[in-house]
Ligand binder design. Structure first.
Ligand SMILES: [Zn+2]
Length: 502
């Protein structure tokens, strides 16, 4: 009897709280979310420090605590009630910022049902530690076991995404990062179609040059190296100069004083170029950078920093912390990083910083861009296709992609260790973002040239343009709106392909 009473009482309290939450008016909703976002930001900072420690090894990393706290925050019943109530009718809210906050919260709460489930993040954290390159080899399980664990992680993600009604986890990722699965696949088809004639030309030339009918992966290595080498900047520090000074000069030319930025670079041996982490937006940004990386890698990570350090929106959910799926569009963030890197590859900047008087990299780029684009598509599509059927052999899948997209065999044959690349664990379904980033940064630079002329990398107003259109508003403005506001156009893949001569 007593027990029943207690349950009834609890039920009463629960329904009372749900009832009162749902009835929140606009100003109550705002202060409710203000409170939740204070907690959210506190966890984001803790998560950032933990991730920083994984890569920098400055302190023992603890990712479990912040992920556990996210899990508690995102499973809060009243938060779900409020967001589910307001999301479908968010257009009735007078406050446009509040509308967007509800929208982003809604996306994050969906993402959390997969990524912030303890069985998912605990496995992810363990694998991340092992694959980060910071743990001695003898302390790590053998490759086959690691492969099975990564596969298990992917299966867990898929099961949970499917429970939420998505076809698979990759589709869910494309939807929640505000790209859209259908939209993205249309762009893939467009790129494949438009690059085909140039691809055929490259192959014809290679066959004649190499005097052979069937080309292999190794035959493509020369041209693809030429593309990457040609597309990167030839700028290197002069004798009495450091890479830092070079980067600062490029930045000063567009009107930004590096010394005033809350940023810290740390150099370490890591199995990738670099990783920039926004620990606290906008006032604490840190970069881990591999030893001896070229200027463009410095500029790329700096670009992530610029976006974070010039964000002026006060609401934490709109600051673009990157730890939760659904908080924004990573393709756009990579686009901002590449926008910064592209300054180091600009013909006028190269002429000014080197002795290459009549430098023009476009000739090499145009010649082999079809290869670059198709290689990028293989990287991007592998994971997207793998999530469609995780029982398939990843080596077979990769081989099929090589055959379909490049008409060659994968050099590794049918062996592919899925644990080879930490990205499948730490940044799942991410590689397509780099391809889109190249297009976004091309478009932004084009637009700056139209606005300020050929010498825009030496115009102090360039930074204001970037800040006003792309950095300042954070996630309040969606990436598609930002592109239209800043460049007058939606993502211009057609123009990008035309720039290569297609
Ligand atoms: Zn990046």
């Amino acid at each position: 009897m007593l027990k029943t009473k207690k349950i009834l009482f609890l039920y009463f309290i629960l329904s009372l709280s749900i009832f009162s939450q749902i009835k929140l008016d606009e100003s109550q909703l705002k202060s409710f979310l203000d409170n939740k976002e204070i907690i959210y930001e506190d966890i984001c900072v803790q998560m950032g420090v933990a991730n920083w420690n994984v890569y920098s090894q400055e302190e023992t990393p603890d990712q479990d605590t912040p992920k556990g706290r996210y899990s508690i925050l995102f499973s809060n019943d009243s938060l779900h009630q409020v967001i589910n109530y307001w999301y479908p009718q968010r257009s009735n809210l007078r406050d446009k910022v509040l509308q967007r906050r509800v929208e982003v919260w809604y996306h994050i709460l969906i993402g959390a049902k997969v990524d912030m489930e303890p069985e998912v993040f605990e496995l992810e954290n363990q694998l991340e530690e092992w694959l980060s390159g910071q743990v001695p080899k003898e302390e790590i399980p053998p490759t086959e076991e690691l492969n099975n664990m990564v596969l298990h992680l992917m299966k867990l993600r898929n099961e949970k995404a499917q429970k939420l009604g998505y076809e698979n986890y990759a589709v869910m990722m494309l939807e929640l990062t505000e790209l859209g699965n259908d939209w993205f696949m249309e762009q893939v088809d467009l790129i494949l179609k438009r690059t085909k004639p140039q691809m055929d030309l490259i192959y014809d030339e290679l066959r004649i040059q190499l005097k052979k009918e069937t080309l292999t992966f190794f035959d493509l290595l020369g041209p693809i190296r030429e593309y990457y080498f040609g597309s990167d900047t030839p700028i290197t520090p002069k004798e009495d100069e450091t890479m830092f000074e070079l980067m600062k000069k490029i930045l000063a030319n567009i009107g930004i004083n590096y010394e005033e930025l809350p940023i810290r670079f740390v150099e370490r041996e890591v199995p990738y170029g670099g990783n920039g982490l926004a620990i606290s937006v906008p006032d604490d940004f840190r970069v881990i950078r591999n030893v001896g990386m070229p200027l463009s890698v410095w500029m790329h990570e700096l670009g992530h920093g610029l976006q974070a350090m010039f964000t002026q929106i006060e609401y934490p959910i709109l600051k673009g912390y990157e730890w939760c799926l659904g908080e924004g569009c990573p393709a756009f963030s990579e686009g901002m990083a590449e926008t910064s890197a592209r300054f180091s590859r600009n013909n006028e900047v190269i002429k000014s910083f080197s002795n290459l008087e009549d430098y023009n990299k476009d000739l090499v780029l145009n010649k082999y861009s079809a290869l670059y684009l198709r290689f990028s598509l293989i990287s991007a599509l592998f994971e997207i296709e793998f999530y469609k059927d995780l029982s398939q052999n990843p080596g077979d899948l990769l081989n099929n992609l090589y055959e379909e997209i490049l008409s060659i065999e994968n050099p590794a044959g049918r062996d592919y260790n899925i644990s080879e690349n930490i990205i499948y664990v730490s940044y799942p379904v991410y590689l397509h973002n780099y391809l889109l980033a190249d297009i976004i940064s091309w478009q932004v630079h084009n637009s700056m040239e139209e606005k300020f002329g050929k010498n825009y990398p030496f115009n102090k107003e360039t930074s204001s343009y970037l800040i006003d259109h792309f950095y300042r508003d954070g996630e309040f403005v969606t990436w598609r709106e930002k592109l239209i506001n800043g460049t007058g156009k939606a993502l211009d893949i057609d123009g990008y392909l035309k720039s290569f001569g297609y």
